[in-house]
Design a protein around this ligand. Structure first.
Ligand code: EPZ
Length: 421
């Protein structure tokens, strides 16, 4: 099993190019099921989760030609509507095929994703909304079996909770439904916006894109014909490199980034003493002389993202004073706390809040990655820790960070991938 070996203490510098957003690419790949013609996607991140979802399309009978950042997908010949456990258990975002498969074929079977390291992550809101659109849903043998032989019907959906994946599934389902679907309390994340724009550019009328109220006029079962889609920059990858600059006290320039999507992270880093130059699609971070503590609460976009919570916690370990970090989205997203403490951090957990007392130094140790963002927090901490840190179980990182060690090495970090235990 691969691990990352990092010798901390190096200053970083230079420019890093941000890849396409994994969490935008996944629903967009799922949305290609709504079409029976070839679709081209560009600026895909070169990460495992993308390959997993493309593999699933292949298993359904789709034709996929994938070359690092570009994929040509033809779902004209799909001959199966079953998303098997083998794939869904590897990546819970596979649930995103539920809406489009049901909308296009009137039936599908998708393995229930189950919980994961960051929480229970139920899909009840996806299912309730599809039922409101006329689907008959049954859970049997670990699979969601959904049927709507006459097609889905437009409906008024009010999500009890804001859900990114739920909004995406229902937007895709609504695109081929009969009549108009209104979604209230919809997610407004940039990834949801890009999915809506892709569907709108295929001729579907969608009002309210980027707001919490979406109105979608379905085609009544007619498949869509998509234009080429260039995936938006990954705002979480970008935020992670800003944190790399902040924690190592280095000036780093990010290119191919959308500053508008990472305002919450920039704002918090400014309150910690960092400053920024923003020009077009480039952002340069200038580090703080001494890092000030931060108080943050994770919430839905445009608030502070849960996917940046672990990385900010790593930066807060180096602050002068105590930071308070509250996780409101996932009940178990603090697995990195004990690993950061193994590096010498001083973090106390009480319920959903972590109190992080800044320390003078972190010290290299063997640590274990537990989920994607927790893993990147450990890498950030290792960049400043004295001595050598081995970050194990980095298959989590490979799911969502495109060439993390290559990009950090180019910035001057002493980081290598090794194989072995
Ligand atoms: C997406 O997950 C992202 N994944 C996550 O990124 C991200 O952390 C999350 O949104 C929140 O921003 C992808 O886009 C592929 P949700 P998703 O449905 O859609 C509860 C990463 O590191 N909920 O918005 O699964 C849920 O348990 C990943 O890249 C229900 O109760 O998240 C959570 O508490 C991790 N019932 C909250 O809503 C439901 O039916 C928000 O979840 C659905 C969700």
């Amino acid at each position: 099993m691969d691990y990352l070996q990092i010798n901390g203490g190096r200053k970083l510098g230079g420019t890093v190019t941000i890849s396409g957003a994994k969490n935008a690419a996944l629903p967009i790949i799922a949305a290609t099921i709504l079409s029976d013609r070839p679709v081209t996607l560009t600026n895909l991140p070169n990460v495992v989760d993308i390959r997993t979802l493309l593999k699933l399309l292949g298993m359904l009978g789709g034709e996929v030609a994938h070359d690092n950042t570009r994929a040509e997908i033809n779902n004209g010949a799909i001959n199966s509507t079953k998303a098997v456990y083998e794939i869904v258990s590897q990546m819970r975002a596979s649930i995103l095929v539920l809406g489009p498969l049901l909308a296009r074929f009137g039936e599908c079977e998708v393995s229930l994703p189950g919980g994961c390291a960051i929480g229970q992550r139920p899909i009840d809101l996806h299912l309730k909304a599809l039922e409101a659109m006329g689907a008959h849903i049954e859970i049997k043998g670990g699979y969601v079996r959904a049927e709507a032989p006459e097609g889905l019907k437009g409906a008024k959906i009010i999500f009890d909770k804001i859900t990114v994946g739920g909004t995406e599934n229902i937007v895709m389902a609504a695109a081929l439904a009969h009549g108009t679907t209104t979604i209230l309390n919809a997610a407004k994340e940039p990834e949801v916006v890009q999915l809506c724009e892709m569907i709108r550019d295929a001729g579907v009328t969608i009002e309210g894109i980027g707001t919490s109220e979406l109105r979608i006029e379905g085609t009544g079962g007619e498949p869509l014909h998509f234009k080429e889609v260039e995936i938006i920059p990954d705002r979480i990858e970008a935020g992670t490199y800003l944190c790399a600059g902040a924690i190592t006290g280095s000036s780093i320039t990010l290119e191919k980034v959308d500053a508008g999507h990472i305002r919450a992270s920039i704002d918090k880093l400014e309150s910690m003493g960092c400053s920024f130059d923003i020009e077009g699609d480039k952002i340069t971070i200038h580090p703080a002389e001494t890092i000030r503590p931060v108080n943050l609460i994770t919430t839905e976009y445009p608030g502070f993202p849960t996917d940046m919570q672990a990385q900010f916690m790593a930066v807060a370990t180096m602050a002068e004073g105590e930071s308070l970090i509250e996780e409101r989205l996932f009940e178990n997203r603090f697995m990195h706390v004990s690993e950061l403490n193994r590096l010498g951090a001083d973090i106390w957990l009480k319920g959903s809040t972590a109190a992080v007392k800044g320390v003078d130094k972190l010290y290299g140790a063997d640590v274990m990655a537990t989920d994607l963002r927790a893993s990147s927090a450990l890498v950030l901490a290792a960049l400043v820790a004295e001595g050598t840190t081995n970050v194990r179980r980095i298959y989590h990182l490979d799911r969502g960070y495109d060439d993390l060690e290559g990009k950090l090495s180019k910035l001057g970090a002493d980081i290598v991938r090794k194989s072995g235990k």
